[in-house]
Ligand binder design. Structure first.
Ligand code: ZN
Length: 204
């Protein structure tokens, strides 16, 4: 399986990082080795002094597809999840300044948290109006609603599938809203999609 991530998909997050608003979705990937293993804490890697959490809504692909039209994109997923796109912000900034790829800052071991719960889109209602949030040590640090995405889920599936064949089990990270920030050892990060607790992880 592969993990396809979308950068700069929420205006307020683009502004907080002083990035330019893109003309097209910003896409990158994480390898399967970046998935944080179940029930394991997240260990801050020693090559970074500024690892940030980014809470994101996830979409699990259920059918193989390429050049998927937006109007048919809904047929390619049922399950919606929640995760964290951990980012070594200091390293990412260095790479961005040099115009180099972000992989080392985004695709390292443990950098992809995939919540263990998946919710059926048909029970959630409109996938373009979902509330989600991240708590750090019981304080809300990020709150988002998928209605604020620059590119909605079906648009992303259409766009991504013009470049990469989507396969069963692939997961799309749809971008983070404002409020990203650093983690320190002993933090606990808990994610909610609507009223459901989707993950709770410890930082070490
Ligand atoms: Zn992200």
């Amino acid at each position: 399986m592969k993990i396809i991530c979308v950068g700069r998909n929420y205006t307020e997050h683009i502004e907080e990082l002083k990035n330019e608003k893109p003309d097209d979705p910003v896409i990158f990937q994480k390898p399967d080795t970046s998935i944080l293993l179940k029930k394991q804490p997240f260990f801050i890697p020693d090559f970074s002094n500024d690892v940030h959490y980014e809470v994101e809504v996830l979409v699990k692909i259920k059918k193989i597809g390429k050049h998927i039209q937006q109007k048919f994109a809904h047929k390619y997923y049922d399950e919606i999840g929640l995760g964290i796109d951990f980012t070594a912000r200091d390293l990412q900034q260095k790479l961005k300044d040099k115009g180099l790829p972000w992989e080392k800052a985004k695709a390292f071991d443990g950098a992809a948290v995939i919540g263990n719960k998946w919710l059926d889109k048909n029970q959630l209602g409109n996938v373009d109006k979902l509330n989600f949030s991240l708590l750090k040590n019981d304080v809300v640090v990020q709150q988002g609603n998928t209605s604020h995405m620059l590119w909605k889920i079906d648009e992303l599936i259409a766009y991504i599938s013009t470049y990469f064949t989507l396969k069963i089990g692939d997961i799309i990270f749809t971008g983070t809203p404002a409020g990203v920030g650093p983690v320190t050892p002993e933090d606990r990060l808990t994610g909610f999609l609507e009223d459901t607790k989707m993950f709770s992880i410890k930082v070490k």
